[in-house]
Structure formats: C-alpha cells, structure tokens
Ligand binder design. Structure first.
Ligand SMILES: Cc1ncc(COP(=O)(O)O)c(C=O)c1O
Length: 370
C-alpha cells in the first residue's frame, strides 16, 4: 500500500487530498498574532475549524492563551493532547454529554463552558455536586446572531443570580459571538454593526460586575470581526478560527487579509465532452454550503459536484483554451468555499512546502460533533 512520507513530492500524493501550504499557514498565524500584540486583548482561537492538536500546539507556541472548541468530543481530543485551557463554546445539554463533561473535568479542571438556561445550569450543577467537582462557566449572550444566548441586560443578570445559587458552578465571564456579521463585505457596515454587538456585550459585562459578579472573561469575535472587537474597550479575548486557512467565502468578504493556505487536490479522471472534465472530488471531498469551490489557475472554468465522488469542471466555448490544457490525469487544486465543513470531510492534512511533503497530521477531531 502507498504510504506518503515527509520528503515525498506533492505530485506523488493520491487524490483527493487536503493540502496545507505550510509557509502560508505560518504567515497567517504570525499575521494574526502581530495584529493583537499591541492590544490588551488575548487570542483564544477556535479549533472547530482546524480540529487538530498539532495546530493547537503551534498556536499555543505562537502565544495564544488557550483554545475554544465547539463540542465536548472536540474538548476530549484536545485535552488528551495536553491542551488544558479550553472553552467549550456550545451549551452542554442532555445526560450523555453532561456525563462526558464531568468525566473530562475530573482530569482537566481548566475546562470552561458556556450556559444560557436555568435548565442547563441545573442539570450541570446536579452532576457536579454528585462528582464533587467545580466548573467555571460563562453566560452566553445573544448579541444579534439569534442563535444561542440570553438577552443582554436583565435576563443575563437573572441567570447570573441563578448560577450564584449553585455551589459547584462559578461565573467567570460572558461570551457574545456575532457570527452573523463575519462575512459582511462592506468594512464600514461590518464595523458599525460589530460595535453595536460589542456595546451589548460589554455593557452587560459591566452590569454584572456592578452587581458583584467577577467577570474576568469577555470573549467574542471571529476571523471577520476579531480586530474590530479588539478595539472595543472591555473585550478581553477573541476567538477567530478560519484565519488559519481561509476560504473563498471569507476571502471575498475580507480581501487578502489572510492567505488561502489550504487546497483540495483532485485528479481529472474523464474528459467526456469538449467543455467538461470530471475530477475525483465530489460532495465527500468539498463542501458547497457556502457556494462552489474555486479551481486554481483555470479562469472561466467552474466546478459543480457530480455526486458524492465526482465533480464536473465546465466552461463555455470562449474558454476553450482551458479545455485544451486539460488532460486525463491532470491535477486540479481547489480553494474550498467553506473551510470548516470541508476539513471535516478529510482524515489527513498533507502539509507541503515548495512542492514537497513536510508533515502529515491527522484531523484528529474530524467528525467530533457530539
Ligand atoms: C462561537 C464561535 N466563536 C468563534 C468562531 C470562529 O469563527 P471563524 O471561523 O469565522 O473565525 C465560531 C465559528 O463558527 C463560533 O461559532
């Protein structure tokens, strides 16, 4: 069986394969860290994108203070790999998840979670009391995304009081994620609306402090807004994730702030007609929830999935030159349109530099959605 090894040529890899440009990825990390170095805000990157302990360790070495994960199962992977300061950014609900969290907390006491309901708090608290464990929590606020989160102001205060009545839960912060603003193309509009969200978040944090709650963490922001958030007084942490690799959706919204550092490599397996080529990357290799992936170096050529395992490249007659350049066996690389959902389709990162395979990293938290 062919087993790729560091030192192999990129050209020798089987496809579809997820390729990381090591140089560009390192530059993305350095660029992000440089942007926040001069601010009092710390970076707690979101690992729901990369799903990789190797990348988490690199981020920690670059100076981030800890990491976010979306789910308990992701936290299990990262904690096992030695990443202790983890914030789980989704509400933990249901006995199986609560049991998993408590088991994890026993060995990794620095894990913290967000809460947004009395029901959720009550169930967590009961399990913690039985286990005699303590857990730090952040109240999640709805700052406009209309996903999870209590309303800023009075509702948050009421929830804080409820948490205070639980002996094994300790309120240490607030989270308000403005996911609905990340991809707004117009920077002024993104900035204006982000500042409105930051106002809601930090005003509530101040109200909670006035009421006597020790709010140390005010966490927010993704790749599209983190810098705007960091300029707002009262924000203490930002949670960007996609900046590591970017995708076309983010590039189209933000411009070349970070480089597109990840591609999916495919092979042309059939040329059935003068304006169509079939590649071996379909819905199981490239996600399309944020639009179609973009083939590199083929202007005027478009991609569409042709089932689970196939993709079709097509072009009009004016772009006939592209057809002439394609042959069966050619390698076509794609920029994903949405990096998170594409990475979750792959087992392995092939990290390359100058056309040579440098490292092979498993996507260890792939499929960890529980
Ligand atoms: C709560 C939370 N924080 C941060 C992020 C990171 O955002 P991005 O990958 O856009 O940088 C996400 C992404 O969905 C998120 O859900």
């Amino acid at each position: 069986m062919y087993q790729p090894r560091p030192g192999d040529l990129l050209a020798s890899l089987d496809t579809p394969a997820m390729i990381v440009d090591g140089q560009l990825m390192e530059e993305n990390i350095a660029r992000l860290m440089a942007r926040f170095r001069e601010t009092p805000v710390r970076v707690r990157p979101h690992l729901k994108t990369a799903k990789s302990p190797e990348l988490a360790h690199r981020l920690l070495a670059a100076g981030v203070i800890g990491c976010c994960v979306a789910k308990v199962s992701e936290a299990e992977v990262m904690a096992l790999a030695g990443i202790e300061d983890l914030l789980i950014t989704s509400e933990i609900v249901g006995p199986p998840k609560v049991t998993r969290l408590v088991n994890l907390l026993r060995r990794h006491p620095r894990i913290k979670v967000v809460v947004d309901s009395q029901v959720g708090i009550q169930v967590l608290s009961a399990a913690l009391e039985v286990a005699d464990l303590h857990l730090n929590v952040l109240i999640e606020l709805n700052v406009g995304q209309n996903r999870c989160g209590v309303a800023p102001g009075e509702d948050a205060l009421a929830l804080a009081q409820y948490i205070a009545s639980m002996s094994h839960l300790h309120l240490i912060g607030v989270q308000g994620y403005e996911g609905h603003l990340q991809h707004i193309h117009d920077l002024q509009e993104r900035t204006r609306r982000c500042r409105e969200a930051m106002h809601l978040l930090t005003t509530t944090a101040a109200q909670l402090r006035t009421a006597g709650f020790p709010i140390e963490i005010v966490t927010t922001g993704g790749t599209g807004t983190a810098e705007i958030c960091a300029q707002w007084e009262g924000v203490t942490e930002v949670q960007p994730g996609s900046f590591l690799f970017m995708d076309t959706d983010y590039r189209n919204a933000l411009g070349p702030v970070y480089a597109n550092a990840l591609t999916i490599l495919s092979t042309v397996i059939s040329l059935p007609s003068p304006n169509r080529a079939i590649v071996d990357a379909g819905l199981k290799s490239l996600s399309i929830d944020s639009g179609m992936p973009e083939p590199l170096g083929l202007p005027g050529v478009q991609y569409q999935p042709a089932g689970d395992e196939h993709g079709v490249l097509f072009w009009d007659k004016q772009t006939n030159a592209a057809r002439l350049q394609l042959a069966i066996g050619d390698r076509i690389a794609f920029y994903p349109s949405h990096i998170d959902t594409t990475i979750n389709l792959h087992d392995t990162y092939y990290v390359c530099r100058n056309g040579v395979l440098e490292a092979i990293w498993p996507v260890t938290a792939r499929g960890k959605v529980q």
